[in-house]
Design a protein around this ligand. Structure first.
Ligand SMILES: Cc1cc2nc3c(=O)[nH]c(=O)nc-3n(C[C@H](O)[C@H](O)[C@H](O)COP(=O)(O)OP(=O)(O)OC[C@H]3O[C@@H](n4cnc5c(N)ncnc54)[C@H](O)[C@@H]3O)c2cc1C
Length: 378
């Protein structure tokens, strides 16, 4: 970039998810200022969800560019790479991956820990909390105006849409909207699993465990702090909860429905849907139509889920962080924002189109006899 652009902090990253924060961190490491606009009211505004496995050739690669790989390994849980496949009828382990002592291909980290790690690495004031973007307007060559829900506006030269599945930035360059995949994740949560749910802790082990009969699957995953999260995976209508069971708070009604759906499953495995603490959380899975491309713009680009929302088969966060690293490095090494976006999109768009096409309609894979082996947690 030119000296003028280097000193001009007019890059807006919308969204403080793993993608947006990684991009900001790598830019700052190279002396380029960026401001992150995040709709959450503050850092602790929302439960960040479960555990993520960061892969050597994308998520970890991005953390290396961010100078955070060593810190990641201080937090990461390598033993959580263990994966069990459980027979739903007998609760016996029928498939088992036990990681080698030195295995580091996909260690797990809590999503909240990853967010903290990235946030702590940024210069103070980088993230503007409570800034929910409403729209982006302005000419293709820039400047662009960001308008927030509180009515405030900001003018910038580059808008990076890292605002996830329902990206508002995307609407400025693409008419695509996410579609319901037909597959639903209902989340159940367990506290103090070792002491309060010892049988379940024993069944699941230190990492992940799944059971499936192709009609339904259960996917369990440990996270730090002795927590366990279970996804109850089924094909369902989008409005199933209202239509069938009443409100999400009706844990008894939902549980009765689940027990009917999973009849014939072993009582040990069914603990995953009957013994949970608190309410179920419904997470219907949406995907962007594939292939998703957009008209190149000289002042707007997308990364992560905003660009390519696919079923959760263990790639989403890794791709978001890889996109972020590649975009930041393209900005660092290009003469103009426009050139940087062309360089970045020349790699990112074909890669994400290939991946999305290979997964298109494959939310069913999450129910298959092989089960959601690639999946971790959001
Ligand atoms: C159930 C489930 C399990 C998953 N498991 C895995 C897994 O194991 N491994 C994996 O790699 N991926 C997984 N994924 C996918 C992964 O969560 C996403 O791909 C990843 O979080 C994308 O990162 P991102 O930074 O692009 O977007 P996000 O993480 O969605 O971050 C977007 C940020 O933008 C903010 N935002 C949104 N709208 C606005 C707005 N209008 N204004 C300002 N800010 C805004 C949001 O608050 C958020 O902080 C899973 C997804 C689901 C649903």
């Amino acid at each position: 970039m030119t000296a003028k652009e280097r000193t001009d902090p007019r890059i807006a990253i919308v969204g403080a998810g793993p993608g947006g924060l990684t991009c900001a961190r790598i830019l700052q490491r190279h002396g380029i200022a960026a401001t992150v606009y995040e709709r959450d009211a503050h850092e602790l505004g929302r439960n960040q969800g479960g555990s993520l496995d960061l892969h050597e050739d994308d998520g970890q690669l991005a953390l290396r560019e961010a100078g955070l790989l060593d810190e990641f390994f201080r937090l990461a849980r390598c033993d959580a790479q263990e994966m069990r496949v459980i027979d739903p009828g007998t609760a016996t382990v029928i498939g088992h991956h036990v990681p080698e002592d030195d295995e580091t291909s996909a260690p797990e980290i809590d999503r909240g820990q990853l967010r903290d790690l990235l946030l702590r690495s940024l210069q103070p004031g980088t993230v503007r909390w409570g800034a929910a973007l409403d729209s982006v307007t302005g000419p293709d060559a820039g400047p662009r105006t960001l308008r927030f829900r509180d009515g405030s506006t900001v003018e910038v030269d580059l808008v990076i849409g890292a605002d996830g599945a329902w990206s508002r930035v995307r609407t400025a360059v693409s008419a695509a909207t996410p579609l319901y995949s037909g597959v639903d994740f209902l989340e159940a949560w367990f506290d103090d699993v070792t002491t309060a749910h010892p049988d379940l802790a024993e069944l699941v082990g230190p990492g992940s465990a799944m059971a499936s009969d192709t009609e339904g699957a259960l996917f369990a995953q440990r996270s730090s702090g002795d927590h366990l999260r279970v996804y109850i995976v089924r094909r369902r209508p989008l409005d199933w909860m209202e239509a069938f069971s009443g409100p999400p708070q009706d844990t008894t009604g939902i549980r009765q429905q689940l027990l009917a759906e999973y009849s014939g499953w072993s009582p040990e495995v069914l603990r995953m849907i009957t013994d949970n603490d608190g309410e179920y959380v419904d997470r219907p899975l949406f995907v962007l139509p594939a292939p998703h491309t957009w008209e190149p713009s000289a002042s707007i680009t997308l990364l992560g889920d905003a660009a390519h929302l696919v079923p959760p088969v263990g790639v989403g966060v890794n791709l978001a962080m890889l996109d972020a690293a590649e975009l930041a490095l393209a900005i660092v090494s290009s003469d103009s924002v426009d050139a940087a976006l062309r360089t970045y999109e020349a790699t990112m768009v074909p890669r994400s189109v290939d991946i999305a096409l290979s997964l298109d309609g494959h939310a069913d894979y999450l129910l298959g006899s092989d089960g959601p082996a690639g999946l971790d947690a959001a």
